[in-house]
Design a protein around this ligand. Sequence first.
Ligand code: HEM
Length: 517
Amino acid sequence: MAAIYFRDLLSQASITQVVLLGSALFVLSYNIFYVIYNLYFHPLADVPGPKLWAISRIPYNIHTLRGTAAVNFLELHKKYGQTVRYCPNGIVYSNYGAWDEIYGPYKHGQNTNAINAINGEHRRLKMRFMRALSAKAVSAQEPLILNYAQKLIAGMNRELLSPSHEGMINVAEWLSMATFDVIGDLAFSKSFGCLETGTLHPWIKVVFGAFKALPCLRVVREIPGVPYIGLKALYLLPRTIKQKWLDHFHYGADLIDKRIASGEDRPDMAHYLTSNEGLPLTLNEIKENAVQLLTAGSEPTATFSAGVFYFLTKNPPVYERLKTEIRSAFTYQDDITLAKLAQLDYLNRVVREGLRVFPPAADIFPRIIPEGGEVIMGKYLPEGTHVSIGAYAISRDERNFPDPDIFDPERWLPEHIATDARMKASQPFGQGHRSCIGKILAHAEVRLLVSSLILNYDFELLTVDQNWISGCKVYIGWEKIPLRFQTTASSQNQLRTSVEKHVVAFGDFKRETSIER
Ligand code: HEM
């Protein structure tokens, strides 16, 4: 009966209507086939995970664009186990052993990274970065880095002593000012001048916007053929987002032009990127990567330091113990050196635990299985599968860290690290060939910023910010919101409020800078 009715209907339809109906039926059948294939016949069909996520990338992409993907991975691991299919061709793991298998070998392709290059090119670029960020290079810049900590204290003192001030300080913002000023100077010999004015440089606000462009870029790069066109993929983004990234790029590129034109011979990062030793970089490579360096080298460190303060003030016994360690080690700000900070046991455990509970690069950094496929965690995966670990999810998984939400620096006592392999689950700087090369600088900065603030002030978290972390979204790293403390100067704060010029030496190079008074 239905068949006869359908035949009559067709005989009365125009050619256009038949074509439209045929196309609709084709699309419908294709989608039904696609769903059935992904659920039952795809090589990842037996990997646990939500069914909706297995048939489409849309649920994952929505979480990515909303900034909730990193935290949601933890929920997926809680529900489905340590291996989860999060999209038709992607798996995310939370076993500590997956770090070596996924991130160790160079043969795995790369989706997105601070150094924008595919594998062969990546090696050449990374050599430059490594020299610029080596322990030797960082220690050569110590006078300058210490000087910015003094400027931070002078700036916060100015705010505290201003007549209209009521003792409330947005520590997160001051930390951003500090790390941007440091990276501007270390990278291009040009500070952003934030700490002196007490305001964020306009470009930094563009950087915050540009961070949001990264997940969009990742979504765009999932279109077949797009992954390896590098930053050109930007042209596929919506106009407003693309504009933020381009403004960001042009500002950084302009800094490189000015730095080259200045002819200054200081061993800053631009010096290593532009040097003609080895295989030189093209001007465009220098610019693209210098901008990435500014971004990777600033906000993650600031956000993380703010996070440490959040967890400290939420855990008074830990805070008190750290205060005692720092205030006994140093009488005044001038006593602090990077070498002394590196020796403070409790400070280092607090930082390590902070990196576990609040890993700055909280999201996933997918690698792509190469031609011929590969076995990962005992299962054969075909070419093109995306494999990854979510830094936040793995370090908050109770199968790796009992009571994972408790901030407990004692986890990082040497005897625990030596005997419990699960501690390897927390790898906040990544692992393998693409892991973070700013690690030494980041550690130096975090130790310095956290101890300088603890030495000079007493903090009490404002009630409105008691749930700060749940208000922060993740766009690759955390997009932080204001973190405010009732702040009072400690007896060890010399309450200097201004800075005066003096000369610091970097090896043979001398430069005028300023010191607090
Ligand atoms: C607490 C602060 C930081 C954290 C947690 C962090 C974390 C990371 C992670 C997880 C990666 C690896 C991404 C991947 O596997 O694809 C990475 C890469 C990178 N980071 Fe950091 N980072 C921090 C600070 C810095 C600083 C201060 C700099 C530079 C001044 C920097 C420069 C880079 C660069 C250039 C790469 C790319 C390395 C490559 O592609 O080989 N980072 N970072």
